[in-house]
Design a binder for this molecule. Structure first.
Ligand code: 5RP
Length: 224
């Protein structure tokens, strides 16, 4: 797929996601190039939000530049109706790998404050088994060595993402070589390793709906 083709798919799925947003609500907004398209399409469609809760500085900057008020989670009185975000991989049960853009911790937190999670992707992100995309893990810098030992014991090969710190100031290990047959179990296991702040498996809180763009159109996938 050429890059212009992929960009067209991101815009198509972004437009489909805009149709899911109710005017006047507080929306949780993820991070990444697909979400950037979504923010642009939201503005183009003239949908007015009460406010947005953002998952990254990148997203906050884009939202604010288009006139959307960005608030913190502490300003919420109840869970948001909806969180919209992209993914690096998504399986048939709507479990995902996320964090390619480095915003996984805030994404997991903001997603946890919403009743519904809609994942927006192009069809290249669909997989049978998660793990071809290196699994991002945000780690405390001083813990990189023991965290790497623990990851190798699980069969993965951690690679430090060069020159990158998250919005929280932490490095990221991208873990290659994991076949994630049981995403919930692997997410739980990684959650137990001291020094991992967040792992990029989104299975314990998977998406409720995926909008998937291909040249044939945008399809809706629900849990199976
Ligand atoms: C950022 C993410 C993104 O949702 C993921 O990397 C997909 O990004 P893109 O839409 O650019 O392919 O998890 O942390």
């Amino acid at each position: 797929m050429t890059i212009p083709d992929q960009q067209a798919l991101k815009i198509a799925v972004a437009k489909a996601a805009v149709a899911e947003v109710r005017e006047g609500t507080i929306l949780g907004v993820g991070t990444g190039s697909t979400v950037d398209c979504f923010i642009d399409e939201l503005a183009r469609a003239g949908v007015r939000l009460a406010a947005a809760v953002s998952s990254s500085r990148r997203t906050s900057t884009r939202l604010e530049s288009l006139g959307v008020r960005v608030i913190g989670l502490e300003a919420l009185k109840e869970p948001m109706d909806l969180y919209i975000d992209g993914a690096d991989e998504i399986d048939a049960r709507l479990c995902m790998i996320k964090g390619g853009g480095g915003a996984l911790t805030q994404e997991k937190i903001v997603a946890s404050a919403a009743r519904r999670f809609i994942c927006i992707v192009d069809a290249s992100k669909r997989v049978e088994i998660l793990g071809r995309f290196p699994l991002p893990c945000e780690v405390i810098a001083s813990a990189i060595t023991p965290v790497s030992w623990a990851i190798r014991a699980l069969g993965g090969e951690p690679v430090l993402r060069s020159g990158v710190l998250t919005d929280n100031g932490h490095p990221i290990l991208d873990v290659r070589g994991l076949q994630i047959e049981d995403p919930e179990a692997m997410e739980r296991t990684l959650n137990q390793i001291p020094g991992i702040v967040t792992n990029g498996i989104f299975a314990l809180r998977r998406a409720d709906l995926a909008l998937v763009a291909s040249p044939a159109g945008v399809v809706r996938l629900q849990h199976n």
